[in-house]
Design a protein around this ligand. Sequence first.
Ligand SMILES: Cc1ncc(COP(=O)(O)O)c(C=O)c1O
Length: 370
Amino acid sequence: MSFDPWKLARKEVLDLPVYSPGRSPEEIASSYGISDCVKMASNENPLGPSPLALRAILENLERCSVYPDSHSQELRSALSQKLGVSPEMILVSHGADEAMDLIAYAFLDPGDEVVVAHPTFTSYELAALTMGARVIKVPLRNYRQDLKAMLAEVSEKTKVVFVCSPLNPTGTVVMREEWEKFLENFPPSVLCLLDEAYVEYVDEEARFDSLSYIRSHPFLIISRTFSKIYGLAGLRVGYSICSPEIREILEKVKLPFNVNQLGQIAAKAALEDQEHLRRSREVNARGKKRITELLEELGLDYVPTQANFILVKNGRFPDLYQQLLRKGVIVRDGVPLGIPGHIRITIGDQRQNDRLEEALRSLVREERKD
Ligand SMILES: Cc1ncc(COP(=O)(O)O)c(C=O)c1O
């Protein structure tokens, strides 16, 4: 009899959907023979990392031979100063993604429930399913999370409610009033994760100080990342802010050296680089204006966004994702994101936005010829 590892794997693992990431230019070059693709699919920063982070990495390359600080103390202390919360309330993780896993490992038993919006960022669901928890999905209303309906799904089995703002994949945000109402009605025996991976892109008018609610609402965990505006997606560094007790519990299940040496060093340097942050916001704002004006001109519907990506309806181009791909522009198809009939475009720099514009205009020209 031959060895079959599938027979040994847990049922939850066998049933787990596989995460499908944005495709890389190298993959598209080899499968479609298209060179010179632009990737506008994974909400990375088109400016790349902060020059201060790059310099810090280069100056510290030799430290690769020693284990990193298992508690990311220096980075936590820098974050603590920046955010005005004590280091005991900060957990640094291997990307914000790891925070979702840690919450699941630490708190979810088989049969427990979590409540999420649908669609939302898929890591919440994957983390919960891995532990055998049930995922209750609450449909969006007009591309926004329906917090009231999400609260209505909380039962005695619920352990965590996951809220994402700005919401991936729509780019809509939770507004202060609805957030406060949500917290007022939130059951104090359940955890709430507020995922703010894109918070630095949010316009002033739509922003509120989410951290100020943690002390009065100890069930809250707020997760953020260095992968987006800080341009360090490849180094995998995220952080969460929560009560010291929750941090202590999550620390128990994390790997001892969860955040690599260069990641900790680069993130600390990136945090200081106000100029890079300012430029990144500016490039995004310019790109957002340009892309939304273009979509309006071409008659393509989109969801107004507070993030560095835009959700666009396929409309009269049912195969928009593939059509753009054939023109060397890689975006995300709505199907794996749980929102068929749409694509999600990461706002790029001028060169990437030029390519997107060229591709969309040529689709419209080809349409007219048909
Ligand atoms: C909403 C949201 N949260 C978290 C993450 C994960 O970020 P990280 O790269 O820090 O794991 C992403 C990445 O795309 C995201 O879109």
